[in-house]
Design a protein around this ligand. Structure first.
Ligand code: CDP
Ligand code: CDP
Length: 228
């Protein structure tokens, strides 16, 4: 049986991973996995329950007892929709902290791999191509300059009606990227076989078209699948 094809999109914060992944998946008619939401959901729950963010055993136990659901872009914890609650800066920092713990990463592996369903999966995060789906048919390492990424996140927050300070965002993005890059396990780095895509001067449409072209040439997508 042919394995379910996976497109892995990794990269730093606000490089456009989620947006590009969603658009590529929509064009292909494939499923999506927002793996950042997996770490965010557990971090949110730990903050709610007062579980220490540096206690691997307690966090793994929490992950084992909680019902974490990721469907069609929605995120639910024990049946409660937490789609918006997990996007705060406090949860971003907490997610990045628990993501440094190897035991926590292991505990969340099966959950992420369970998203791999026919006809295909577009997964975005930090280690989709390097650890979770090493056999992905296309691995993209999406980047953009720190300045452009801070601007993108700023505009995104303002559009959603949140308050935001561009200087503070710049500092927070830099701190989280540094923590994600420096960790010993599954650090943020391009897999050796990943294709770099610098979107600093690219529109979303251009980035999506580039990835779809890579999928067309590298993944065995049937003619029945719409590409582009
Ligand atoms: O998932 P990630 O944190 O990497 O980024 P995102 O949430 O998908 O994208 C951050 C913001 O940048 C979104 O509002 C996108 O619409 C925007 N974006 C952009 O303006 N130009 C691009 N080439 C890619 C994303
Ligand atoms: O949207 P943004 O790119 O800012 O963050 P995210 O993708 O939602 O991920 C939040 C945090 O979860 C990251 O800063 C990472 O520390 C962690 N993460 C990870 O370690 N591995 C992944 N595959 C995805 C996220």
């Amino acid at each position: 049986v042919r394995p379910v094809p996976v497109v892995a999109i990794d990269g730093p914060s606000a490089s456009g991973k989620g947006t590009v992944a969603a658009r590529v998946a929509a064009a292909l008619g494939w499923h999506t996995l927002d793996s950042g939401a997996v770490y965010r959901a557990l971090a949110w729950l730990a903050l709610e329950k007062g579980v220490a963010l540096d206690d691997p055993a307690a966090l793994v136990a929490l992950a084992g007892t909680a019902r974490l659901e990721f469907r069609d872009g929605g995120v639910a914890v024990n049946g409660v929709d937490v789609g918006d609650a997990i996007r705060t800066e406090a949860v971003s920092c907490a997610a990045s902290r628990i993501a440094t713990l190897p035991a926590v990463r292991d505990a969340l592996l099966a959950l992420q791999r369970a998203s791999r369903r026919r006809p295909g999966l577009v997964a975005d995060g930090r280690d989709m191509g390097s650890v979770v789906f090493p056999d992905a048919c296309v691995k993209v390492f999406l980047t953009a300059s720190p300045e452009v990424r801070a601007e993108r996140r700023y505009k995104q927050l303002i559009a959603k009606g949140f308050n935001a300070n561009i200087d503070q965002l710049r500092r927070e993005l830099a701190a989280r990227d540094a923590q994600d890059r420096a960790r010993a396990v599954a650090p943020l780095q391009a897999a050796p076989d990943a294709r770099q895509l610098d979107t600093t001067a690219m529109t979303i449409d251009e980035a999506v078209a580039t990835v779809l072209e890579w999928v067309r040439t590298a993944c065995a997508v049937s003619d029945a699948v719409r590409v582009g």
